[in-house]
Design a protein around this ligand. Structure first.
Ligand code: MN
Ligand code: MN
Length: 396
């Protein structure tokens, strides 16, 4: 096997399965053929053969404009790869529950679940493989993280509606394909249910005939009720993190509330950022070396421009309820628009936050390198930034 080819295979096998698939999906089949033969990266091979470089994919999705599921008790809208093909690594759901309504007992086989409470209050319980149970209430600005496979249920505590954003660490995940308690019971013979759940077979006629998913209900007592099993161990790891109470990084043009696995150990597969941009702000040019970026616009407007190599760039404007997806390694910036502050919930598919800014990079080189690279004078170089600014304020 040629050395170059060996190197590429080793590099691919160091990554997670989904990442490896995505690496190969990203290039056209023809380019893959060329790359496999020569061992060159697909795009380089394509360029050498004079092949057309694929245009950048659509990176905007209007989540709140959808009407995917509406029923008694609430609604759900989702963005998976089905609706938003570029978003291979992250899926999002906007869910609303009426007072007392529940999102039934369920788990997700393919993804961990993160959430941010946008409006109202809800209660969640979760069961862990360690046999621990957790119960907690969530208000506006609170987040939860349920690791993949951990069973959970949500209920709106009233008095008004509640609305939360769910984010999953797998774009192939669908909220409408989760594992629900009612669905399982419906698909198990009554004799087995009778033995397992200790009721006569006739009792199961009273259970829902199909998956409940979201159902209406009564607002529960406001005080936390005890678990049925008084001996069950309470959760030793916290599933709740109050994102809005993090000490933000403050910049001239805005702020960032950052929660990674460093602050919230349970949240191993995602990093969450609440970003605010003041009118006229610019979130500076940067990229993330090891993670995709998924953005949900809560309020205000902004323009995002992505750079995807090979002379490819694309920009879109975003407002409330819209989602952006920026692939790992793609250069980008965010330009705030309008008079209202922009607020964005940003998720990265890594529990560790990483960023490289163009400014830091320029500062990390000698003058002579930049003179040669850009063909500009030392005087011009002296005016370039030497370190990052994060978020620039409105232009004076
Ligand atoms: Mn869930
Ligand atoms: Mn970014």
């Amino acid at each position: 096997m040629p050395d170059e080819q060996k190197e590429i295979i080793e590099e691919a096998s160091n990554q997670q399965g989904w990442t490896r698939r995505r690496v190969f999906n990203a290039a056209s089949l023809a380019a893959i053929g060329g790359a496999a033969l020569t061992g060159l990266p697909a795009q380089k091979a394509a360029a050498q053969e004079g092949k057309k470089v694929e245009p950048l994919e659509e990176f905007k999705y209007d989540l709140e404009k959808q009407t995917h599921w509406v029923g008694p008790g609430g609604s759900a809208k989702e963005a998976t790869v089905e609706e938003f093909p570029v978003s291979q690594s992250i899926a999002g759901v906007s869910m609303r529950l009426d007072p007392g309504a529940i999102r039934e007992l369920h788990w997700h086989s393919l993804a961990a679940e993160w959430a941010y409470m946008l409006e109202g209050r809800c209660r969640a319980t979760v069961i862990t493989p360690e046999g621990q149970a957790d119960i907690a209430d969530f208000g506006v600005g609170d987040t939860w993280y349920f690791p993949r496979g951990h069973g959970h249920v949500l209920q709106n505590l009233g008095p008004g509606p509640c609305h939360f954003l769910l984010v999953f660490d797998n774009g192939h995940f669908s909220e409408f394909g989760t594992f629900s308690a009612t669905d399982w019971i419906n698909n198990t013979p009554p004799e087995i249910l009778s033995r397992n759940l200790g009721l006569p077979t006739s009792a199961f006629g009273a259970f829902p005939k199909k998956e409940l998913y979201i159902g209406p209900g009564r607002v529960p007592p406001q005080n936390l009720e005890p678990f049925r099993n008084a001996d069950i161990q309470p959760a030793q790891g916290n599933h709740k993190y109050r994102l809005d109470h993090v000490k933000p990084h403050v910049y001239p043009g805005g702020s960032e509330y950052v929660v990674s696995s460093v602050e919230f150990p349970m949240q191993t597969t995602l990093t969450a950022v609440k970003m605010t941009l003041q009118p006229g702000a610019l979130r500076e040019m940067h990229w993330h070396p090891h993670a995709d970026e998924w953005q949900y616009y809560v309020k205000g407007r902004s323009r995002v421009r992505i750079f995807g190599s090979h002379g490819r760039a694309k920009e879109e404007e975003f407002g409330p309820g819209q989602v952006a997806f920026i692939k790992q390694g793609y250069g980008h910036y965010i330009e705030q628009l309008g008079n209202e502050e922009t607020e964005i919930l940003v998720l990265f598919n890594s529990g560790v936050y990483q960023e490289i800014s163009l400014s830091n990079w320029l500062g990390g080189n000698p003058v002579s390198i930049l003179e040669t690279n850009f063909g500009i004078s030392r005087a011009t170089i002296d005016r370039l930034p030497t370190k990052e600014s994060g978020i620039f304020g409105k232009r004076a």
